[in-house]
Design a protein around this ligand. Sequence first.
Ligand code: NAP
Length: 254
Amino acid sequence: MKDWDQYEPAPDLLQNRVILVTGATSGIGRAVAQDLVRHGATVVAHGRDAAALETLYEELKDLGPEPVVAQLDLERAQGDEYQRLSEQIESRFERLDGLLHNAGVLGDLSPIEHYDIGLWQRVIHTNLNAPFILTRCLLPLLRRSEDASVLFTTSGVGNVGRAYWGAYCVSKFGTEGLAQVLADECENTSIRVNCINPGSTRTRMRRQAFPAEDPSSLPTPESITGPYLYLLGPDSRGISGERIDCRPASQSTR
Ligand SMILES: NC(=O)c1ccc[n+]([C@@H]2O[C@H](COP(=O)([O-])OP(=O)(O)OC[C@H]3O[C@@H](n4cnc5c(N)ncnc54)[C@H](OP(=O)(O)O)[C@@H]3O)[C@@H](O)[C@H]2O)c1
């Protein structure tokens, strides 16, 4: 699938699928979670803020199957908290059909020479170590699905090093590596693993990276959900180990 404008997901595309979305309380994660529910998925919506999760729950429950919310601070959570989340999903649904690693932080735009060491570690932990730990804990549940999709979020700087993008850039390189290793390990299983690059999108993170940019020049999160639905749903069966751009590189700067 190349021309996303032509992709029309069936209204019941994700019926009977249980899909966990990290960072679902804002930006791209929120828009994707909403569209997943609209297409019939039962969404496990992850966030770190209880009040934001409450608001999200109210929004999602009016759109389709009742969602479940999961609170976890990916910067601070310890292994047993991830394990508890896995056990909660298991006791409620017995399996997991989709896992979207969307949560992330930008850190600083700063030269390596001056990059704050503590911030570097927090960015790498949130963007790379946390998705590894979560995936590791959830793989047994993903194995129980007939058609499971794990989707990692990369960036325009996930395979091209760029000055000043520091820990964010390195974390996205690591993310792509993690996805490739896992895709290879899951060959000939019912689990497929891919990376998605949303491209420049009108969110808080983008504003933080480009404060002088006119946000109205950028696509909204709601306008880029098609490829997410495609990759998390049955239409992408058989596709694994790929890096998919939501928009052509010529239309996206990072
Ligand atoms: N926007 C773009 O132009 C662009 C381009 C390329 C790639 N991406 C990628 O797309 C993904 C979504 O980004 P976005 O643009 O939608 O940014 P965003 O609006 O800032 O959303 C980031 C999400 O991650 C969550 N998060 C951050 N730190 C967390 C932590 N410690 N624990 C739990 N959740 C945490 C945030 O939760 P809170 O709401 O609680 O802060 C928020 O839900 C990211 O992986 C980003 O790297 C974005």
